[in-house]
Design a protein around this ligand. Structure first.
Ligand code: SF4
Ligand code: SF4
Length: 468
């Protein structure tokens, strides 16, 4: 069959890029076989725990799947010309909520359910991670080590795909390198090395309110003995440093950096959740709902979560300062565990990642993340960041709207020649990367000329609140 006459590329689970329709080469097949071996090792260890040697099984699983995926993306994208690569996306069942998409969604969701509520079912894969855990954390693996390893693996491997897919765009290259670096170093290596030193596994890139326990008076999940407040290394109060770091990032760095760069400094360059969405989630970004209805839901839901965590933190501090007379010994713990179950596990984990193939890649960031809510308020009213639109060049192709993972109707702004200053925009820059006419630019500039009313942001904030 002459593949050159196909209107779009043939499908192979859709991770194949490019405008050029062509047959799979033997080298690509070889790399895909390696991925298959990695998946097979995982399945065997999952179904028959202990059947594979724990000293080599994990290395084989990660090594084969990692090398195979990276090799495949390099060769496959390397055969295409740099540029926009979304041909055939809506003809592919993996990416248009077809059968493969549903299968992947159910698989991701089932993994999260097992991880949170039935970790013993993952005993086989967990044991495969023992050698890596011993090396990094100095102890046998548990389900969180397995999760952290898979998470980092996904960001790095799919990061290579991003680098190849968007190699025509410097912003995407730098941004992808940044999230990969922060996930590998600050989201995985440092917390595990801290564990090896018998210290709390602190994440220096997560702050209150996304990581609310870092500003609570007590570790309600683990108990006092593992609280970061008590951490100490050779007389140096590491715990105090961690608390000051977290508070400084929340109350000083967050407003200052958001003023200069918008929320992208965190959501698209640093955050682990954003990192996963931008790498693993990229193939499904077009599934984000961009209707007005979802915008209305989003504004309520994300701010409700923010209000909940502010109240929760306040309650806990008041209870602690009252000698636990107010809510009792267990009262605050119950509040915290409810938040942990509903928001952290069910919302950010199961729905936030499990539903990538069904609802797009930023469900959690858009509808639930309290950090994104705060950053969004700063970005909307007190930031230099904006996306400018050279509307006279716009051909209304709609690429920007389709591939906006936050469901923003970018094309409508371009057609009106208006700056985009939406609170939800994470500054991923993909709208600009897929625009064939170079209409969109991510820029900084004076706060006062971003939109009508921006010379008096407090007034604008007050009228926005009144509209609710
Ligand atoms: S408007 Fe553009 S930069 Fe903002 S979230 Fe959407 S695609 Fe990303
Ligand atoms: S991608 Fe560019 S040309 Fe197409 S609708 Fe958006 S702004 Fe206009």
């Amino acid at each position: 069959m002459n593949l050159d006459i196909l209107p779009f590329e043939e499908s192979d689970l859709g991770f194949r890029p490019g405008a050029e329709a062509r047959a799979t080469t033997w080298l690509e097949k070889l790399f895909l076989s390696m991925v298959g071996i990695g998946v097979l090792v995982f399945c065997v260890s999952f179904l028959w725990p202990g059947s594979l040697g724990s000293s080599w099984g994990g290395w084989l699983m990660l090594g084969a799947a990692g090398l195979g995926s990276v090799g495949y993306f390099l060769v496959s994208y390397g055969r295409t010309t740099p540029g926009i690569k979304n041909h055939g996306v809506f003809h592919n069942g993996a990416f248009n909520r077809g059968a493969v998409g549903w299968l992947l969604g159910i698989t991701f969701t089932a993994f999260y359910v097992m991880l949170y509520w039935h970790p013993s079912s993952l005993e086989g894969p967990i044991r495969l991670m023992d050698p890596l855990s011993a090396l990094l954390a100095g102890q046998p693996a548990d389900q969180w080590f397995l999760y952290g390893s898979f998470y980092t693996f996904a960001v790095l491997v799919m990061g290579v795909r991003m680098l190849m897919k968007y190699r025509h765009n410097n912003y995407q290259i730098v941004r992808t390198l940044s999230v990969s670096f922060f996930q590998l170093g600050f989201g995985f290596a440092i917390p595990n090395l801290l564990k090896k030193m018998h210290q709390p596994d602190f994440y220096f890139t997560y702050f209150w309110p996304l990581k609310p326990d870092y500003l609570l008076p007590f570790d309600y999940v683990m108990g006092a003995e593992s609280s970061i407040w008590a951490a100490e290394v050779s007389g140096f109060s590491l715990g105090r440093f961690m608390i000051i770091w977290g508070a400084g990032m929340t109350f000083v760095a967050t407003p200052v950096l958001t003023y200069f760069f918008g929320k992208r400094w965190y959501c698209s360059w640093v955050c682990g959740c954003g990192g996963l969405a931008e790498t693993l989630g990229d193939p499904w970004r077009q599934l984000s709902d961009n209707s007005d209805k979802s915008w209305r839901i989003e504004r309520w839901s994300i701010h409700l979560v923010l209000v909940s965590i502010v109240l929760l933190t306040g309650f806990m501090w008041m209870n602690e300062m009252s000698g636990r007379a107010w809510l009792g010994n267990d009262g605050s713990g119950l509040f915290w565990k409810s938040y942990g179950f509903l928001i952290v596990m069910a919302f950010s984990g199961v729905i936030g990642v499990g539903f990538y193939p069904l609802m797009g890649s930023r469900v959690w960031c858009r509808f639930g993340c309290p950090m994104a809510a705060i950053l969004g308020i700063f970005q909307r009213f007190f930031s230099r960041f904006r996306i400018t639109t050279n509307g006279s060049q716009c051909i209304s192709c709609g690429n920007c709207t389709v591939y906006c993972e936050m469901g923003i109707d970018v094309r409508a702004y371009a057609q009106r020649q208006e700056n985009i200053v939406r609170a939800s925009c994470v500054g991923c820059g993909v709208c600009a990367a897929v625009c064939p006419r170079g209409v969109l630019r991510l820029e900084g500039g004076p706060v006062t000329v971003r939109f009508e009313g921006s010379d008096n942001p407090l007034n604008d904030l007050a009228s926005s609140l009144k509209k609710w």
